[in-house]
Design a protein around this ligand. Structure first.
Ligand code: DI6
Ligand code: FE
Length: 409
């Protein structure tokens, strides 16, 4: 006997072996021990509903998707950069502001001054929007501390949020995000600190699920990034990479060499870089919020990614400087409008492929037997409406590990 059985639902299963969103009309989902025990058309249920489950729940015609997954955020930080936004509107570029000591470093100052309690309070407040939009897994990176104490604090806050809010938090250590002011002119010495002090401390406390780096002209070189990745590999942590956002330094090839879970941004990735990602099974995470907010012109190579069958994920990249975007649903629209993804590709990008970008493809991201009973209910007539609407939130409930989290109606 299952714990619960959802009926009167239309399912977007997102199964990889189905077309589009893997739709099933008039479907049913059986839940046992927080996992999906049965999923399919109601007509194929192996018996009369009441004989199958202790509790019957009616979705009343709602669409059900897997719980949404935001696989790239920098949710925990102090302050904001509204003033920098004004400067950029007056013509200053993101790179010029960063080189002048603004940018990421400005947020580092504000973050170092914030206590663990303050950081937890602001991040929890931000998180409410992800919860309201059916997100059940969120990745949170460090990277605004850039010293041992503050990087550990950011990861602890991220873990704490995951332990109290009804959402699964995956943490990523991004010590190699920017050069902190005390290491000005000494990037290699800072990378020594990341490898010799920060990473062992982070791994020792079990605070990170993955390691990321920012490989870019305004951040770290491929050699410096490789040193961070070598250390991560020795500590048994998988890697992810921010690269090819503003220039092509061969970041995709580097990510592929380390069998990275994901390579994120990708605007300047070459065809050879795309082929390397395909061979390594690395997910390309596209971040349309940063593209939009920085008014970039270089589009990511979506056709090449399709041709080479690289799984495409999309994410908010929520951060105070390049993507102050808190809506995964608006991200779907931006990915379609700006990058020409189809709505089905965009939805796969925040479910099946986002799970893969976090190494969670065996347990999350699709509606399939054995996976976590994480799903979102939507008051819509077709899945494409999730990507079509701008600023609407048709979520009518979210189920996390089998439990209804926030019935909205
Ligand atoms: N890439 C980005 O777009 C953000 N970090 C990164 O590595 C920018 C973060 C910021 O400007 O604060
Ligand atoms: Fe980012």
């Amino acid at each position: 006997m299952w714990d619960a059985l959802w009926l009167e639902a239309n399912l977007a299963t997102l199964r990889a072996d189905r077309e589009g969103c893997g739709e099933v009309r008039d479907g049913a989902i059986g839940i046992e021990d927080g996992r999906i025990a049965w999923v399919g058309p109601r007509s194929a249920l192996p018996g009369e509903a009441r004989s199958l489950a202790r509790e019957i729940l009616e979705a009343r015609g709602a669409w059900i998707t897997p719980g949404l997954i935001d696989c790239h955020t920098h949710l925990v930080y102090g302050g904001n950069r509204a003033r920098e936004f004004e400067l950029r509107l007056q013509g200053a570029s993101y790179e010029v502001i960063a080189r002048a000591g603004g940018g990421i470093v400005a947020t580092v100052h504000a973050t170092r001054e914030a206590s663990e309690h303050e950081l937890t309070a602001v991040a929890s407040r931000r998180l409410a929007q992800w919860l309201a939009e059916g997100v059940t897994v969120i990745e949170i990176k460090s990277g605004y501390g850039l010293d041992v104490t503050t990087e550990l604090r950011l990861l602890r806050v991220a873990r704490l949020i995951g332990s109290v809010a009804p959402i699964c938090v995956r943490t990523t250590f991004l010590g190699a995000h920017a050069l902190p002011p005390e290491f000005a002119g000494r990037p290699d010495a800072y990378i020594d600190c990341v490898c010799d002090e920060m990473l062992p401390a982070v791994a020792g406390e079990g605070l990170a699920d993955a390691v990321d780096a920012f490989c870019e002209g305004i951040a770290f070189s491929t050699e410096q990034t490789a040193r961070v990745f070598d250390t991560a590999c020795k500590l048994g942590l998988p890697v992810k990479l921010h690269a090819d956002q503003l220039s092509d330094l061969g970041g995709a090839q580097l990510a592929a060499r380390y069998a990275a879970l994901s390579a994120d941004h990708r605007e300047y990735t070459s065809e050879a870089g795309v082929a390397a990602l395909a061979a390594a099974g690395t997910v390309a995470v596209l971040l349309p919020g940063a593209f939009y907010f920085l008014r970039e012109m270089q589009l990511p190579p979506v056709d090449a990614l399709r041709r080479h069958r690289v799984p495409i994920a999309i994410a908010t990249d929520h951060n105070p400087g390049s993507s102050p975007l808190s809506s995964i649903l608006l991200t779907l629209n931006l990915a379609c409008t700006l990058f020409r993804l189809t709505p089905a590709e965009a939805i796969a990008g925040v479910t099946r492929n986002a799970a893969r970008a976090l190494g969670m493809q065996d347990t999350h991201g699709t509606l399939e037997v054995g996976k976590a009973a994480d799903f979102a209910l939507w008051n819509i007539d077709a899945p494409s409406e999730l990507a079509y609407a701008m600023g609407a939130n048709p979520n009518s409930g979210t189920v996390k590990d089998g439990e209804l989290r926030n019935p909205r109606q």
